[in-house]
Write a protein that binds this ligand. Structure first.
Ligand SMILES: Cc1cc2nc3c(=O)[nH]c(=O)nc-3n(C[C@H](O)[C@H](O)[C@H](O)COP(=O)(O)OP(=O)(O)OC[C@H]3O[C@@H](n4cnc5c(N)ncnc54)[C@H](O)[C@@H]3O)c2cc1C
Length: 229
């Protein structure tokens, strides 16, 4: 049931890491000018995919839930700044100093610096540029404003992550904790995040569906309502 958020720019390789920033990946807020590639250099979803669950499910196929947002000098100059809340100058400065921001004069050098498969990235950019020319994209992307062809080239690494656990301890309908043999453990109850978000939401994201059950189940337990069932 696991599905991560679509990703952030982490501050460092050392986990747990803080989040430096997020890139616009919601096409309803900013249409994509860039491409998104996995470590094999291939695109894995149309970047203007309108459905958040579809984007997140596509990310699940990427090793380590990791991808890079790749663009060139032309896109950097003409597209609205992609890092949320940052100016173009701030983004520029990050390419000089931040470990998740890589730039290089050629695509091959960019791939090596960022940790992306170079042949895969070259192939992908070639195919994408053909999509821009023909206005037909193999993944179905319709927003195809500019080819990726003029150095320097840029890549920003993104990491999918979660704020909570999908799995947790098993309970019965009175919130009694169950053993592996499905036997209730005497006098042991569980509620809240400990149950895991999957039991409440399945393979989906529903805002409020962690806090609300935590409060509700805790109250039901505390009031003795469940004991009387
Ligand atoms: C960044 C973030 C954003 C979130 N946003 C949302 C949201 O928008 N909507 C939503 O529904 N949910 C959201 N959640 C999830 C939600 O906040 C949690 O699932 C919920 O708060 C869990 O409540 P809880 O009472 O089960 O656990 P907790 O709130 O984690 O409470 C457990 C308590 O037990 C204490 N504790 C731990 N060990 C011991 C010990 N040995 N002895 C005594 N006390 C101990 C801890 O200090 C803690 O206070 C978010 C979570 C995060 C991290």
């Amino acid at each position: 049931m696991y599905r991560s958020g679509f990703g952030s720019i982490l501050a460092s390789e050392t986990y747990p890491s803080k989040i430096t920033a997020r890139f616009h990946t919601v096409p309803q807020r900013r249409l994509p000018w860039e491409i998104w590639v996995g470590s094999n250099g291939e695109r894995f979803v149309r970047e203007d995919e309108p459905s958040q669950p579809a984007r997140e499910r596509a990310l699940l196929q990427q090793p380590e839930l990791r991808y890079w947002i790749v663009f060139d000098a032309g896109i950097f100059e003409r597209a609205p700044p992609g890092v949320i809340g940052w100016t173009r100058e701030q983004i520029h400065a990050a390419f000089d100093s931040h470990p998740m921001f890589a730039t290089a004069p050629t695509l091959a050098a960019l791939a090596e610096r960022a940790g992306i498969d170079a042949a895969g990235l070259q192939r992908t950019v070639g195919a994408y540029n053909q999509s821009v020319r023909s206005k037909r994209d193999s993944l179905g992307r319709t927003h195809l404003p500019l080819a990726i062809r003029r150095g320097p080239f840029y890549a920003i690494r993104h990491q999918g992550h979660s704020a909570s656990s999908v799995v947790g301890v098993a309970v019965d309908d009175r919130l009694r904790v169950l053993t592996a043999a499905d036997e209730p453990v005497p006098n042991l109850y569980a509620a809240g995040e400990l149950l895991g978000s999957g039991v409440m939401m399945g393979n989906a994201f529903c805002p409020g569906m962690l806090l609300t059950p935590a409060l509700t189940f805790g109250r039901l337990l505390g009031s003795g309502t469940l004991a009387e069932k």
